[in-house]
Each structure stands twice: as C-alpha cells, then as structure tokens.
Design a protein around this ligand. Structure first.
Ligand code: FAD
Ligand code: NAD
Length: 441
C-alpha cells in the first residue's frame, strides 16, 4: 500500500489525490480532522503531470520560439519528471495519511485499499475524469495518444491528426504546430470551441490556420487504418488524412465507475457526474468535488468545490456559486469566457444585451503589433448587471478577471462605467461596450 500504514478508522477519507482531493485533505487535516487520502497513480493528479502544467509549459516554450528538445526538458522539469514525492510530502507535512493504492467502497463508512478495510466518518470523492475515445472503425487497432501521452512523451510526430477542436485539441494543435509538426484538427461541429461565443472559435481558427494548421470543421473520422509509413484517417466528408499519430481530444467524462460508489446507494450514470447538491453533498457524509461532479471541469473549479466541501464537512453551511467560473484556453491569442454564453441565455429566456469591441482599436494592440481578437459583454437588461463575457486576445486570461468579479458581484453597469483602466492596456477594451450596455438599459 505504500508509504503509510493505515489506521482502522479516519474522520475523513479522500478518494483521489488530485487537485480537488489534495486541497480538501490538507485543509481538513489543518482543521483538526484525522484524514487519509487514497491515490492509485500520482499524488497531485492530472493537472500537475499530464494536463494544466505541462501544456502551459509547452505553450510558453512555443511562444518563446524554443527548440523542441529544450521545451521538453523544461516541461519535464516543471512536472518533476513525473515523480510525486514532493506532492506527497506536502500532504504528510500537513498531517494527512497518504495511502497509495486503489480505493474501493464496500458500503457506507467502509473502504478497502489494496486488501485493507478502513472505516471513515466522512468521505470526499475526487476521482477526476477520463478521456472519451470515439467509436471510430479501426481506431482501437492503431496506436493513439490522449493528452496524457501528448504532454509526457518526448516524441515530435511529423504529421499529427487531432480529433476534437475543444480546449484540449486547440491547445495541443498550437503546441505541436509551433514545433514544426504538420497538424490537422478534425472537429465534428462546424467550429472550434463550440460551447463558446462563435467569435472566439473564429479568432482561434484564424491564428491556427496562419500557423499552417489544417482545420477540418464539420467533419468526423469514419475509419482509421494502417498504411505504408503511417496511418490513414478517412473522414465523413470523404476527405483522407495521412498521419504518424492520432491525438484523441474528443472530451472527458467524470470517473464514476469501478470504485464501488453504488455500494453507498448512489446511482451513477456513465458519462455523467456524481449527482451533488449545491453544498457538493452526494448523500449523508459523502461529498464530491472536481471533475467527478461534471460541473465546471477546470482546476480552479476543482479547488473552489474542494473549499466548499471542506466548509461543509466542518459544519459551516456553504453553497457553491458557479455563475462566474472562468473557462480559459491558454493559446495565443488566449480565449477567456465567464458566466453565461449567448446560447445559454437564449435557453434560460434571459433578455440579453450584447456589446463588443475589437482589440485592434486599442492602443495596446498597436504597441504589441498584434491586432487579433475581440471582447463581448453580455448584460441582463432586466437587472442591469453583467451575466457573461467572452474575449479572445493576447493575455485575455489575465485582463478579463475584473469582468469575472463584476459578474459574480453583480456590480451595477452604472458603477462599472466609472472604473478607470490604465493606458495602454487591453483592459481598456471593455470600457466602450460597458458604456454602450449602460446606455441601452
Ligand atoms: C490537456 C488538459 C489541459 C488542461 N488545462 C487546464 C488548465 O490550463 N487550467 C485548468 O483550470 N484546467 C485545465 N484542465 C482541466 C484540469 O486538469 C482538471 O479540471 C483537474 O485536473 C481536475 O482535478 P480533479 O482533482 O477533479 O481530478 P484529478 O486531478 O485528475 O485527480 C483525480 C485523482 O483520483 C485518482 N483516482 C481515481 N480513482 C481512484 C481510486 N479508485 N483509487 C485511488 N485513486 C483514484 C486518480 O489517479 C487521480 O490522481 C486541463 C485538462 C486537460 C486534459
Ligand atoms: N485551460 C483550461 O481550463 C482547459 C484546457 C484544456 C482542457 N480543459 C478541460 O478539459 C476538458 C476536456 O476538454 P476537451 O477539449 O477534450 O473536450 P470538449 O468536450 O470541450 O471538446 C471536445 C470536442 O471534440 C469534438 N468531438 C467529439 N467527438 C468527435 C469526433 N468523433 N470527431 C471529431 N470531433 C469530435 C466535440 O465536438 C468537441 O468540440 C474540458 O471540459 C475542459 O474544461 C480545460
């Protein structure tokens, strides 16, 4: 079972030691609870070794124009060469017992970890998510990558076909194209980042095309086969692509099966998150946070939910509020969205006012010699507050935070129009649309 010998019973057991589970375990232990965390792969989870951290490192190296081998060295350094001893030490220093092994729930208050049966008072489920592999004829018979391999191997394929044009597909396409791989993105819907306002995917599509990425939008792979010197991907629109590697970036699903959650009397539906209420409670004494809930599916949302769980386990009633959780694609230009999108507003019957501004009109764009991008703000006419926003542009992941605060705090538009932005910054781009929205109320 690894580092530490388990006790018979803990106040709290945390199943899954990634972003959400690690934070919950540390905070609960610091609050005086006797806590054990169970992890069967790497303490620290997906984000630190196979997702956020290596992808952002490679994107930075790409922007700096570094060589592939140096970019790989840098990436492997920031992921600690996939060694998790430091992450595990941070937990044990906080008083958490780290149990390495696969946790399996036997029933209420009982878990088995590699043959040892352990009792618990509260349970925090934070088992994360896993990639979806589309049912394409022949795909299972050829070597494929998911983001795990794309972000941990030193291989730079000559030709890469990326299945899916969501956040993962777009970030990976930019990484590999930057280092010289001939990249094709096959996206079933008609545009990139299909869940966001259309302009965001269009800005990103322009940037990727200028790098030489071939975008096949509205197409799906129909069949995959081996061919002399590589792989052949036949598309639903009759197209044919040659590849050395296929990267599957077709979405992720919450990990809800294979660890006995049904033994707690909880009904799970494959492909869907564990059902939680607004306090992140699954059932009495059972809580869930992170990707496994299927709600916000980012590292920052995982941390937020973990804090909500901690407060509730400690008896302080706290409800999660997802009205302004950012959704970011860390490409260049970056895409940032928070709150509701125009599509969601229509579904919710909100009378939406929209105003936008092209970043090219800012002085900062001239200074940066980069005129790409746009910002759009969405206001609820009846309440006079922002309910959503989206931006595509340089550093949007940084300068859009104030809009997130405005959405969450429901700051009146009349007050937002009185906020001064420094010159010359991209942040100035929100001033004109704010005035326009306030004037139309
Ligand atoms: C390529 C990529 C890039 C991303 N980039 C970003 C980004 O830039 N910013 C951002 O905010 N988000 C990003 N995300 C999303 C982010 O990685 C996830 O939202 C986050 O890692 C979820 O954390 P978690 O704690 O829910 O799950 P994880 O961190 O995956 O932790 C779950 C843990 O549970 C363990 N586990 C599961 N079952 C068991 C069991 N039965 N017994 C023991 N252990 C078990 C797993 O081994 C795993 O370590 C990215 C995702 C991908 C795929
Ligand atoms: N910066 C970030 O915060 C960040 C970065 C990357 C990923 N993530 C998280 O990781 C999760 C997974 O991202 P993702 O991009 O894999 O999933 P996604 O669901 O956002 O996008 C998957 C895309 O693949 C397409 N697709 C599905 N099947 C296909 C097929 N057979 N052929 C062609 N296209 C197909 C879908 O139409 C969709 O556009 C997201 O929920 C996201 O929140 C976050």
């Amino acid at each position: 079972m690894g580092d530490q010998v388990p006790q018979d019973h803990y106040d709290v057991m945390v199943l899954g030691g990634g972003t959400a589970g690690g934070l919950a375990a540390v905070e609960l232990s610091r609050s005086g609870r006797d806590v054990a965390l169970v992890e069967n792969r790497l303490v620290g989870g997906e984000s630190a070794y196979f997702a956020c951290v290596p992808s952002k490192s490679l994107l930075l190296s790409a922007r700096r124009g570094e060589r592939w081998d140096l970019a790989v060295a840098r990436r492997d350094h920031v992921t600690g060469h996939l060694a998790d001893d430091r992450a595990a030490a941070r937990l044990t220093e906080a008083g958490v017992t780290v149990l390495r092994g696969r946790g399996h729930l036997l029933g209420p208050g009982r878990m088995e970890v590699d043959g040892a049966e352990i009792g618990f008072g509260d349970l925090v489920i934070s088992t994360g998510s896993e990639p979806v592999v589309p049912g394409v004829d022949g795909l299972a018979g050829v070597p494929t990558w998911t983001s795990d391999e794309a972000l941990s191997l030193p291989v730079l394929p000559r030709r890469l076909v990326v299945l899916g044009g969501g956040p993962v597909g777009c970030e990976m396409a930019q990484v590999y194209a930057s280092f010289g791989t001939q990249v094709t993105v096959v996206e079933a819907s008609g545009r990139l980042l299909a869940a966001e306002a259309p302009f965001a995917g269009e800005v990103l599509a322009g940037a990727l095309r200028r790098m030489g990425v071939d975008l096949r939008l509205g197409a799906e792979p129909a069949r995959v086969e081996r061919a002399a010197g590589g792989l052949l991907v036949w598309l639903s629109d009759g197209g044919r692509l040659e590849a050395d590697r296929i990267l599957i970036a077709a979405g992720r699903v919450p990990r809800v099966q294979g660890y006995g959650v049904e033994n707690l009397g909880v009904a799970v539906t494959p492909g869907h998150g564990l059902p939680v209420d607004e306090t992140c409670r699954v059932t009495d004494g059972v809580w869930a946070c992170g990707d496994v809930t299927g709600i916000a599916r980012t590292a920052h949302a995982a941390r937020y939910q973990a804090r909500v769980v901690v407060d509730n386990v400690l008896g302080k009633h706290r409800e999660a509020d997802y009205r302004a959780v950012p959704r970011v694609v860390h490409t260049s230009p970056a895409v940032y969205a928070a709150g509701i999108s125009p599509i969601q507003a229509a579904e919710l019957g909100i009378d939406l006012l929209t105003a936008g501004y092209d970043l090219a009109a800012t002085a900062r764009a001239v200074v940066e010699a980069d005129e790409r991008g746009r910002v759009e703000l969405y206001a609820d006419r009846s309440r006079g507050v922002l309910v959503g926003a989206a931006a595509a542009g340089l550093y949007a992941e940084e300068w859009m935070s104030e809009v997130t605060l405005a959405i969450r705090a429901e700051t009146p538009l009349s007050l937002l129009t009185d906020v001064v932005h420094a010159f010359p910054t991209f942040g100035e781009a929100i001033e004109a649309p704010l005035r326009e929205l306030a004037g139309r109320l």
